[in-house]
Design a protein around this ligand. Structure first.
Ligand SMILES: Nc1ncnc2c1ncn2[C@@H]1O[C@H](COP(=O)(O)OP(=O)(O)OP(=O)(O)O)[C@@H](O)[C@H]1O
Length: 246
């Protein structure tokens, strides 16, 4: 769904993002002015200690939660900030331009694995090729034999892979992934990383929260969320930063 946006140089642009959690004396500024640009073709990994705000940041980047200040644009369209659209327009934008891979998979319990993957292809605005892409993803992720099972019959790792297939099925401009290989063995984790890397190599933008070195090793850039801001992790301190992150 992104071809008309590929001329633009930035898929994701966040400026001055602030998020405050809690009230009164319990108030904490979880994000304190996050700036981030992600270009077509880039896979960016975000690391940081537990509770540093990584999931919060992904929620804001995907327009799933409201920022207290700052702005986000995806594929040139406002998602957060003064120009952000209403919920209806935002959810249409999310459906076509943003793929989410969450820590908890949010598969619909009443649908089998394949139907969960294909669901976005049945919604208004979906492109026709996407159902075929969904079936290919199911095969590629080794899920064909369990495609007819419902989420409660699937292992955690299988659910995670179905959620990834669902995130990629609409070929979104931006993929946001929260610990995408967290529950997977090495082989399944490699397949997931290959797919995320492949999406980036097809000029999509991918932002992945992770604490695993296998994942950061596949990223073009690693950023650490520290005291509410993103700071680059250089290769010389990368290992230390990654191992300290979980
Ligand atoms: N809805 C909320 N209300 C109050 N505090 C919240 C809320 N959501 C998150 N927080 C707090 O914000 C902080 C950041 O949480 P977040 O889940 O973004 O961290 P994280 O870096 O993703 O952590 P982890 O690596 O453990 O998943 C935490 O201290 C958390 O308790």
């Amino acid at each position: 769904m992104v071809d008309d946006h590929l001329t633009s140089d930035v898929v994701l642009r966040a400026r001055g993002l602030v998020k405050v959690h809690g009230v009164g004396r319990g108030e904490r500024r979880i994000l304190d002015g996050v700036d981030l640009d992600v270009h077509p073709g880039e896979l960016v990994a975000i690391v940081g200690r537990s509770g540093s705000g990584k999931s919060t940041l992904l929620q804001l980047l995907g327009g799933l939660d409201r920022a207290d200040a700052g702005s986000v644009e995806v594929a040139g369209r406002p998602v957060a900030g003064p120009r952000a659209p209403g919920e209806r327009e935002l959810s249409a934008l999310r459906r076509t331009e943003i793929g989410f891979v969450f820590q908890f998979f949010h598969l619909l319990p009443e649908l089998d694995g394949e139907a969960n993957v294909l669901l976005p292809t049945t919604l208004p605005g979906a492109d026709r090729a996407s159902a075929g892409r969904g079936r290919e993803l199911i095969d590629r992720l080794g899920l064909r034999d369990v495609a007819g099972l419902r989420p409660h019959q699937l292992s955690g790792g299988e659910q995670q892979r179905f959620a990834l297939a669902r995130a990629l099925v609409a070929d979104p401009a931006l993929v946001l992934a929260d610990e995408p290989i967290g529950n997977l063995d090495a082989e399944a984790g490699d397949t997931v990383l290959d797919l995320l890397r492949g999406a980036a190599d097809h000029r999509r933008a991918v932002v992945m929260v992770t604490h695993q070195a296998e994942a950061t090793a596949r990223a073009d850039r690693v950023l650490r969320l520290e005291e509410g801001r993103l700071v680059p992790v250089t290769s010389s301190d990368g290992d230390v930063a990654v191992h300290a992150a979980g």
